[in-house]
Design a protein around this ligand. Structure first.
Ligand code: C2E
Ligand code: MG
Ligand code: MG
Ligand code: MG
Length: 280
């Protein structure tokens, strides 16, 4: 791996390798400690009805703040947890925290379905559904209060066991979303094989819908197709009013993004929801 980037380039590269390796080791150690201590928390991002601007649901997103590493983004530690199998105990903690939050919301009279992200590796575990059910029982919450967000990578593998699991989740009362739609190996065949409720169009399409005709055409087609297949469409990563206007005009059902709200800590979510109720 000799890289020649001028004088001292090799040393810099070597330093970088060392830094990366050190960070991985640190992440590994700290992640294991954090899992033992259940030292994670959730933020919640509202999903807003494109037509009425009502909040229709929430997405729970994991956060990790570590004394040595500072804030580590989920993109980084979820990837690492998937590589090492730590994703399985981590996912259990996340679902417990989601149940806890759902229970606390309901205690305050707030009834909103909460979406959780399920990584492909976790989904494929035989223990996945039994574990969900055990946690639901422990918190005495019904499955209908949750949505399962899976990516195309998960459903692309349309094996009998994947189909069976999705059917079982639906029967239990969970709603199912396809996350990051359009970024994966978009074989569309799975869309008619599975019982899906929501299709979430990835932010990379939304970012340029008002400036690139091609992106707009694709989003338009996804919306039409989803509706024909009885799925609702969620636009992810919506940041601008002109994107909201265009998506609404195109018949998009649900908007999620910084335009309405960033993912919020529990207390701020409560404040946001009461403000929203008063000003709608
Ligand atoms: P995702 O499920 O597609 O979540 C959407 C990501 O986009 C979140 O990033 C969210 O904070 C961000 N986002 C939302 N609206 C906007 C916007 O308007 N503009 C921009 N620039 N970003 C926006 P986050 O929380 O960093 O999560 C990144 C990814 O990490 C998630 O993508 C998901 O794949 C994974 N992840 C997060 N939390 C969990 C979790 O609890 N479990 C699992 N398995 N994966 C998770
Ligand atoms: Mg998601
Ligand atoms: Mg997404
Ligand atoms: Mg994503």
């Amino acid at each position: 791996y000799v890289k020649t980037t001028g004088r001292g380039g090799f040393e810099f590269y070597f330093e970088e390798l060392k830094t990366n390796a050190k960070r991985k080791i640190l992440i590994d150690t700290e992640l294991r400690k954090a899992i033992d201590a259940k030292d994670f928390f959730l933020h919640f991002q509202p999903k807003v009805c494109a037509q009425t601007q009502q909040v229709l649901g929430l997405e729970a997103l994991v956060r990790w703040q570590n004394e040595h590493l500072g804030f580590v983004s989920p993109a980084e530690f979820i990837d690492y947890a998937e590589e090492t199998g730590l994703i399985i105990p981590l996912s259990e903690i996340i679902f417990e925290k989601a149940c806890e939050a759902q229970r606390d919301l309901q205690a305050q009279g707030i009834h909103l379905p909460m979406a959780i992200n399920v990584s492909s590796i976790h989904f494929q575990q035989r223990s996945f559904i039994p574990q969900l059910l055990e946690t639901l029982r422990a918190y005495d919450i019904a499955a209908k209060h949750f949505e399962i967000e899976v990516t195309e990578r998960t459903v692309m593998n349309d094996s009998a066991s994947t189909i069976e699991k999705l059917v079982q989740l639906k029967k239990l009362g969970f709603k199912i979303s396809i996350d990051d739609f359009g970024t994966g190996y978009s074989s569309l065949s799975y869309l008619i094989k599975f019982p899906l409720d929501f299709l979430k169009i990835d932010r990379s399409f939304i970012q340029q819908i008002t400036t690139l005709d091609e992106k707009q055409a694709v989003v338009d087609a996804i919306i039409q197709m989803s509706h024909r297949l009885n799925m609702k469409v969620v636009a992810e990563g919506v940041e601008q009013e002109k994107q909201v206007d265009l998506l609404r005009a195109m018949g998009c059902d649900i908007i999620q993004g910084y335009y309405y709200s960033k993912p919020l800590p529990f207390e701020e979510l409560i404040a946001f929801l009461s403000f929203w109720d008063e000003h709608m």
